[in-house]
Design a protein around this ligand. Structure first.
Ligand code: NAD
Ligand code: DAU
Length: 350
């Protein structure tokens, strides 16, 4: 039997590297192609443990490069695509929205077109699986949950670009019969996350005894999911999901930012042997993020009921593992926080 060719885009990033690892190790019957432009967020150090596996190939390339992407699809005839490549950080989207339209919207369209051109409407056993975010639904008040039928209402350039990409994926399904699935997930955390996002940024700052910049009053709420549970959900949706469907993925795990930061400070103090309260002294309330969404919370009952997926790692366990990973991988952290990172940090937190 021929191996299935599976293309994973953005596989050198945070979530993508966990998905690549899971698929390479679990499915020797697939050949996994990891296509990544290696932007500031992509890092091949995330995949050292799988880089020599016979069912794995890394391809450096940009999803917005039409000729290159078309040729790649014609060469490898990917049976299935898991599309994660994106500009993913909300604060950067506020500084440079166009970069988000280019990668997240145009890049997704280039992939859709290449996939369509490869199969001329003969899509049997093919799949375009698009990875999206709960931010497309906008913001919740103090109550309620996002379901798969919640109307899109994005508020940041990042979420508007992801919403637009989701619309194009659905439109290609309706118009050309392209076989797709979309999943929309809540905030991920875990190993290999670039230290521009809340949890790794604050771990790195505590290690360097730098201020912990909490936006606004800190009463914003996010629903946190351990990244390995997200990778498992992607595996389940990829194998059992129904074409044309959307699945919301979340941790059933809401935290106000300030409560999460306080827990993180406490766990860091325990692990570093600090006097209680040492890290919390670094908490500094700073200017709010423009257009800051108050609350995200996912109703993940559909994927639970229909596909049998639930998160397996509690937040306390996941945070503990995450902190340990960063403490044991200081070289990784140092390598990604030199040069351009320092310039970004100064500009963002000036
Ligand atoms: P990330 O920023 O860590 O990784 C993105 C990867 O995409 C990087 O490896 C980068 O090099 C690559 N990339 C960027 N532009 C590219 C281009 N033009 N061509 C090819 N590769 C390119 O992001 P992440 O946090 O791992 O998120 C992955 C996906 O999951 C994104 O689509 C994001 O919207 C979605 N998502 C993220 C979260 C989260 O909490 N991080 C939650 C829900 C959904
Ligand atoms: O909800 C899913 C989304 O989660 C993903 O689609 C995005 O790719 C991912 O970046 C994440 O977006 P957020 O904006 O929620 O994540 P971030 O880690 O940037 O921020 C989490 C919360 O913490 C948010 O309320 C803003 C706040 N924050 C963040 C940073 C970086 C701070 O208070 N201070 C900070 O320095």
């Amino acid at each position: 039997m021929n191996k299935q060719n599976v293309l994973i885009t953005g596989g050198a990033g945070f979530i993508g590297s966990h998905v690549v690892r899971l698929f390479v190790n679990t499915y020797p019957e697939y050949h996994i192609y990891n296509l990544d432009a290696l932007t500031y967020a992509g890092n091949l150090e995330n995949l050292i443990d799988v880089q020599d596996q016979p069912n794995y190939t890394f391809i450096k390339g940009d999803i917005t490069n039409e000729d290159f992407i078309n040729e790649l699809f014609q060469t490898h005839k990917f049976d299935k695509v898991i599309h994660l490549a994106a500009e993913s950080h909300v604060d950067r989207s506020i500084e440079d929205p166009l970069a988000f339209v280019k990668t997240n919207v145009i890049g997704t369209m280039v992939l859709l077109n290449a996939f369509k051109a490869c199969y001329h409407s003969n899509f049997e056993n093919k799949l375009f699986y698009h990875i999206s975010t709960d931010e497309v639904y906008g913001t919740l008040g103090e109550t309620g949950l996002f379901t798969e039928t919640t109307a899109y209402d994005p508020n940041s350039p990042y979420s508007a670009s992801k919403a637009s990409a989701d619309h194009f994926v659905r439109a290609y399904g309706e118009t050309y019969g392209l076989p797709y699935i979309i999943s929309n997930c809540s905030n991920n955390y875990g190993a290999y996350q670039f230290p521009e996002k809340l949890i790794p940024l604050f771990i790195n700052n505590i290690l360097n005894k730098k201020e912990l910049p909490v936006y606004g009053d800190g009463n914003y709420t996010r629903d946190w999911l351990f990244v390995e549970d997200h990778a498992k959900a992607i595996d389940v949706v990829f194998h059992k999901g129904v074409l044309g469907e959307t699945y919301n993925i979340g941790g059933f795990n809401e935290w106000k930012n300030i409560d999460l930061v306080s827990l993180l400070c406490k766990q860091m103090d325990d692990k570093l042997g600090n006097k209680e309260g040492t890290s919390a002294q670094l908490i500094t309330y700073v200017k709010d993020r423009p257009g800051h969404d108050l609350r995200y919370a996912i109703d993940a009952s559909k994927i639970k009921k229909e596909l049998g997926w639930t998160p397996t790692v509690t937040f306390e366990e996941g945070l503990d593992k995450t902190i340990d990973w960063y403490l044991n991988n200081k070289d990784w952290l140092n390598n990604v926080t030199t040069g351009a990172y320092q310039d970004y940090y100064k500009k963002q937190y000036k």
